[in-house]
Design a binder for this molecule. Structure first.
Ligand SMILES: C[S@@+](CC[C@H](N)C(=O)[O-])C[C@H]1O[C@@H](n2cnc3c(N)ncnc32)[C@H](O)[C@@H]1O
Length: 275
């Protein structure tokens, strides 16, 4: 098949023929970036490369698959509560690994609060999944568990989003290859900071996949997250803030440690917590 015909075929995605997990990975995930970021922060904060990764709330465990491909000494444990999303990952992502790589990946259908794993170099919780813990007590119980599950110089890497627009009810669209990704901040409650967000997808024929994903979260702020991490025993927390592309004024994809961010309408940041 020529490149041209592949592209034309992609253009014919419709709601009925599309797979929500595939679209999610295309729209939201960047596994190469994640693996390089893990290496970079471990070298910066611990002067060594990491080997063992636990990917909490792993969904289709794309990052874990990337991690075992990234270096032949790497191992990963991928943890998710939902057997259906793990089954999708087994059918679509595990298949990208050869037998030797697959041996270095351990997929666990488990609760991140209860899972029993050996001490890890790195635990990662990405795409804001821990925002599902709505009370400070629940958030700290999770952070405490991660702290206990790390080796003595281990790192916990998380992301967070925010900005003035995060506290509003707004839809944001991004046109991707053959479909439109719609981030719908549907409800925001200023009394509790609870948010109800959806991901919808729209296709060139006008059909839509509504509420492909639903996120019932508390929008935790960076000071709250940092304080909770320090309170459960992490020694130091560093926020990695995204630089700005001078031409577009948008984020440039380069995250650097800093104590001072900008008052952007919307931002994504990473936190690195040192045991
Ligand atoms: C937002 S998705 C994250 C997917 C992936 N981490 C990513 O970066 O795109 C959240 C996932 O967390 C899982 N989940 C929710 N509560 C959980 C828990 N207590 N333990 C393990 N997984 C959980 C859900 O099944 C879902 O697959």
């Amino acid at each position: 098949m020529t490149r041209k015909s592949t592209k034309a075929r992609r253009g014919w995605r419709t709601a009925a023929t599309s797979d929500r997990h595939e679209l999610y990975e295309l729209a939201v995930q960047n596994v190469d970036f994640e693996c390089s970021f893990i290496d970079r922060v471990m070298k910066t904060h611990r002067s060594r490369l990491p080997r063992t990764l636990r990917e909490d709330f792993c969904g289709t465990f794309a990052a874990s698959v990337g991690w075992v491909q990234h270096r032949k000494t790497n191992t990963a444990i991928a943890v998710d509560l939902d057997p259906s999303v793990l089954a999708w990952g087994r059918g679509h992502n595990l298949t990208k690994l050869n037998a030797e790589q697959a041996k270095r990946l351990d997929i666990r259908n488990a609760d991140v609060l209860k899972v029993k794993t050996p001490a890890m170099d790195v635990v990662a919780a990405w795409n804001f999944s821990y925002f599902l813990f709505k009370s400070r007590a629940a958030l700290m119980a999770y952070f405490r568990k991660v702290h206990a599950d790390l080796v003595s110089d281990g790192l916990f890497i998380l992301d967070a989003y925010g900005g003035s627009e995060a506290f509003t009810e707004v839809e944001e669209e991004r046109n991707l290859d053959g479909f439109t990704y719609i981030w719908d901040q549907n409800k925001y409650n200023p009394i509790t900071n609870e948010v109800l967000n959806y991901i919808h997808f729209r296709f060139p024929d006008g059909t839509e996949m509504r509420k492909a994903f639903t996120y019932d979260w508390r929008l935790w702020t960076l000071p709250e997250i940092q304080e909770a991490l320090l309170e459960v025993g992490f020694k130091k927390v560093t926020v990695y803030w995204e630089g700005t592309d001078q031409k577009t004024g948008e984020g440039n994809g380069v995250f650097r440690p800093t104590r001072t961010g900008e008052a952007c309408a919307g931002w994504i940041a990473y936190l690195v917590a040192e045991k």
